[in-house]
Design a protein around this ligand. Sequence first.
Ligand SMILES: NC(=O)C1=CN([C@@H]2O[C@H](COP(=O)(O)OP(=O)(O)OC[C@H]3O[C@@H](n4cnc5c(N)ncnc54)[C@H](O)[C@@H]3O)[C@@H](O)[C@H]2O)C=CC1
Ligand SMILES: O=C([O-])CC(=O)C(=O)O
Length: 329
Amino acid sequence: MSTTPVKVAVTGAAGQIGYSLLFRIASGALFGADTPVELRLLEITPALKALEGVVMELDDCAFPTLAGVQIGDDPNTIFDGVNHALLVGARPRGPGMERGDLLEANGGIFAPQGKALNSVAADDIRVTVTGNPANTNALIAMSNAPDIPKERFSALTRLDHNRAISQLAAKTGASVTDIKKMTIWGNHSATQYPDLFHTLVGGRVAAEVVNDQQWLESTYIPTVAKRGAAIIDARGSSSAASAASATIDHVHDWAAGTPADDWVSMSVCSDGSYGVPEGLISSFPVTVANGTWSIVQGLEIDDFSRGRIDATVKELGEERDAVKGLGLI
Ligand SMILES: NC(=O)C1=CN([C@@H]2O[C@H](COP(=O)(O)OP(=O)(O)OC[C@H]3O[C@@H](n4cnc5c(N)ncnc54)[C@H](O)[C@@H]3O)[C@@H](O)[C@H]2O)C=CC1
Ligand SMILES: O=C([O-])CC(=O)C(=O)O
């Protein structure tokens, strides 16, 4: 086993997602069985006692890869020297809310956390925002961390990507491993666009395999885009284990890279590709090599996809303008 632990910060560590996520990280799911991890767990002061209980449980697992745990309520202490920051802590939405309704409540969390990361994180820091509204929260953190390269910030659309694969597998009878090159474009919101025109099922274009534009528009896209709300409706609280699992997938692939025949969806800072205005944190198809993502280039975008991408990107622009109005960026 390597001797230098990777320092991983998790915010909102005493929350629902934290309760699934921490045990996966501690057991080596991010970087493998040969890489020890040190957990740095941030919570608000009233949640620290509950977090102490979670740490007792982590101790009780005796994970060989867990090199240490530090907890606290001060981001400047917890983020000191961290290599990965998983920003999960935020208020989740309840029934009847859209994620955008959380902008003001949660936006205020990400400006101070961005500043703290800017001051004390390791030089190779990589930031993944899960807390909603994830894309715009990542934009806030990035805008408040001017010394960290913009490409080190990302937001989670991997849960949408995984949902899109699972729904497509159910429709086509294929196994999830037969499905490659899924793309979620845009915002982690009801406007997101799961694109079946570049996805492959057993090597064939998914939209052609399905061959049913009505299903695609009226069933598939809304089912994927509104899955979070369906889970809130069924469970009474928002998805947690699947969100933790997707967060693991996202950070794992950012570190380990993507296979030659596939790509993943990540929300990253736009360089203007596919007409997405530069600087927005938008979901794209990306490949990853040596810890660096690249937006897949050269995909043909037909009129249907263009309209969907434009709509979700418009919403991201509106969210950016709203947080600008609140003085958060
Ligand atoms: N991007 C995605 O795909 C998904 C995102 N989410 C979002 O993840 C976030 C967390 O969800 P849950 O764990 O279910 O919520 P939760 O309410 O169970 O836990 C959130 C935790 O964050 C903590 N917290 C609040 N402010 C904080 C701060 N300033 N610093 C550190 N910790 C703070 C709270 O004390 C709480 O323990 C929500 O915003 C939710 O909407 C949830 C599912 C999927
Ligand atoms: O829907 C929510 O509020 C939680 C979430 O982001 C998801 O499950 O996709």
